[in-house]
Design a protein around this ligand. Structure first.
Ligand SMILES: [Zn+2]
Length: 650
């Protein structure tokens, strides 16, 4: 067992800073044909679609990917129609994998975790209806709520796990895949089997607390909560049960993949707090022990909107850094007019790749590049403007892997996500987390995220910000007191700690009395809270900068006991992060999110305790005409920052 109790290992080439990923046609043609609709920017049912599909399977295409600098793709493998019916298309995948390998490109096979197509799969599993998920009213749970021809495997069915193990074995042994990537990780089933498993989970997890937490004599007739309800203790237990089932099955499948091939890459969704849809709750565990590579699927491709919002995927990358797993962002642009689209300009392409560089060298993504361009069998990367930007950026990252590989974060401010608050005080927690992150982003304060308590209960940033995390356990409170006792700082806002982790109100908050401590800053009210978007809810597509952002940023800067790791002066659309390179130098990464408005100037000064010699500078950038110099006062000035640059100091 390695770090985080993971079996097996990852391959040599698999490291933050060394992975350049592209979507490689991960849906099989039968998916498009059966759906009959546009999906992921692909009209796969069109009469011209086979031409594009042929292109994606051609040597010319594979060679082009290699030339661009791509070294990892995800392509089609198992969509849920069944191993028998999909065998022919899988044979095509096998040949494509061979071709990719000849060009030094690794391949993940796209797999569906729960979605199944009964119209095909019932040839193999005639009693499929016994092994799929059911809603509280006894109807089948359907993909997207209404996809009557897409049912969903039930996680408590042994047939489900046995089948997916065969999918994994076949992919790794016969198709030659370097790993598997899972989509469709959903679970909320009310069948008799799941109800019984849930009751046993309750007995195991809450023995002796039946009355204290639920007001019940026992769990023999306990009812799974039919809807999200933060105040319902049975909903809490039901939610934790579902996450536990998801975690358990993913861990089992992960272990199976590593037993088939010890360096197989296992990719799926990270535990991103997806709080913006009222009909969905979290299903992935807050842990990095069930995956090697995280798919941050979102609609937050970086850009500045017409009304001045800075939309970006920064928080997804930082959350994945927090769980110790590299993440590729599969993002689209959502215009205010609706729908979603691929990047259309070179500037948009550059930002979409550079953001992964800034925040730690996460796998550089090209989720859009292989979608169709026109109707004559081309893909979007063949468009000169977009393709040129893609190639120049990917080539730059290919040639500068050492800037990122083995690097460690230097930001000395942290944002604390309390698990219970995020799950059971959804809106309150989210508006404060999103707001304080946006404040730090747009005031150039590098920060890290804590997804719950560090394993050793020790925070390794000088300052921890706890933004209105209402639900908090005594263990968390104890850790924060220890942090302050060890000369760490805290910035606390709102009603942090006013409930326990079970959402029971406290007589006094868990951090009571800390407000008078010199290293603890209490901000009254919710000055960091983000306003709701047009849907009436906080949304990452509407990350409004709170009106009091400067005051909050100043409090954070003043609250860091040794000062910020780097002081930066720039406009509100410059993003900054700070990493120690493997060879011991300090790398300040800069992104100009407003690159369509032209280059900008940034002035920065690393903290003296970083021991970075500002007279020894190296500028690394894929852009033209960016320059750096050290002024007499010791500040470092970057001029002509077009989209991305790294200043390496020392
Ligand atoms: Zn069930």
């Amino acid at each position: 067992m390695s770090k985080q109790g993971k079996p097996g290992r990852v391959p040599e080439w698999f490291e933050r800073g060394r992975i350049r990923w592209a979507w490689g046609g991960w849906e099989p043609p039968s998916f498009y044909l059966r759906a009959g609709s546009l999906s992921g920017g692909v009209d796969g049912r069109a009469l011209w679609a086979p031409r594009w599909w042929e292109h994606l399977h051609s040597e010319k295409h594979v060679a082009a990917m290699a030339e661009i600098g791509i070294n990892l793709v995800t392509t089609h493998y198992y969509k849920g129609f069944g191993l028998e019916f999909e065998a022919e298309e899988m044979e095509r995948t096998r040949k494509l994998v061979e071709l990719y390998h000849q060009y030094g490109i690794h391949v993940l096979g796209y797999c569906q975790y729960t979605t199944v197509y009964p119209e095909a799969l019932m040839d193999e599993v005639p009693d499929l209806a016994e092994h799929v998920q059911y809603a509280p009213d006894g109807s089948k749970r359907l993909y997207g709520g209404s996809g009557y021809f897409r049912w969903q495997w039930d996680l408590t069915s042994p047939v489900f796990m046995e089948y997916l193990k065969r999918v994994v074995s076949n992919g790794l042994e016969n198709i030659g895949l370097d790993g598997v990537e899972w989509d469709g990780t959903v679970f909320s089933c009310y069948c008799d089997r799941c109800t019984e498993v849930f009751r046993q989970y309750l007995r195991d997890s809450y023995a002796g607390r039946e009355y204290e937490l639920f007001g019940l004599p026992h769990f023999d007739h306990a009812l799974p909560a039919p809807q999200i309800s933060s105040s319902d203790p049975m909903y809490h237990a039901w939610h934790e049960f579902r996450v536990d089932q998801m975690h358990g099955t993913l861990r089992e499948l992960y272990g199976h993949a590593k037993s088939v091939r010890e360096d197989a890459v296992f990719a799926t969704y990270p535990p991103a707090p997806g709080l913006t849809r009222p009909d969905r709750d979290r299903i992935m565990p807050w842990s990095g022990d069930y995956l090697d590579l995280a798919t941050s699927e979102c609609h937050e491709m970086p850009r500045v909107t017409e009304d001045g919002r800075l939309v970006c995927a920064m928080r997804h990358l930082k959350q994945c850094t927090a769980i110790g797993v590299p993440s590729f962002v599969t993002a689209w642009i959502v215009p205010d007019s609706g729908g979603y689209r691929a990047p259309e300009t070179a500037n948009e392409v550059k930002l979409s790749i550079a953001e992964s560089a800034v925040y730690g060298g996460h796998p550089f993504p090209a989720t859009w590049a292989n979608r169709p361009l026109g109707t004559d069998g081309k893909a979007l990367y063949q468009d000169p403007a977009r393709g040129g930007a893609l190639k120049s950026y990917m080539n730059f990252f290919r040639d500068n892997e050492e800037l990122y590989a083995g690097s460690t974060p230097l930001a000395n401010v942290g944002v604390y996500y309390s698990l219970a608050s995020v799950d059971y005080d959804r809106e309150g927690a989210l508006r404060s987390l999103q707001g304080i992150e946006q404040i730090m982003l747009q005031n150039q304060i590098p920060f890290r995220i804590y997804m719950g308590m560090p394993e050793d209960e020790v925070f390794d940033t000088d300052l921890v910000c706890i933004a209105n995390q209402r639900l908090m356990s005594n263990v968390e409170g104890h850790a924060f007191r220890n942090h302050v006792a060890a000369d760490g700082g805290l910035v606390i806002t709102g009603e942090t700690g006013s409930y326990d982790e079970n959402r029971r109100g406290r007589a006094d908050d868990v951090l009571a009395g800390m407000g008078t401590h010199a290293k603890v800053t209490r901000l009254e009210g919710f000055p960091e809270a983000c306003e709701a978007g047009p849907e009436g809810r906080v949304s990452p597509l509407h990350p409004y900068l709170p009106a009091k952002h400067r005051e909050v940023a100043a409090a954070i800067a003043a609250g860091a006991p040794r000062g910020l790791a780097v002081e930066v002066r720039a406009d509100a659309y410059v993003g900054v992060d700070l990493w120690r390179t493997a060879d011991g130098r300090v790398a300040v990464h800069l992104i100009n999110y407003n690159n369509q408005a032209g280059p900008t100037t940034v002035s920065l000064r690393p903290a003296t305790w970083l021991n970075a010699d500002v007279n020894r500078l190296e500028l690394l950038t894929p852009d033209d005409d960016t320059a750096v110099q050290t002024r007499d006062d010791g500040s470092v000035v970057v001029t002509g920052l077009a989209s991305y640059a790294a200043v390496v100091i020392g």
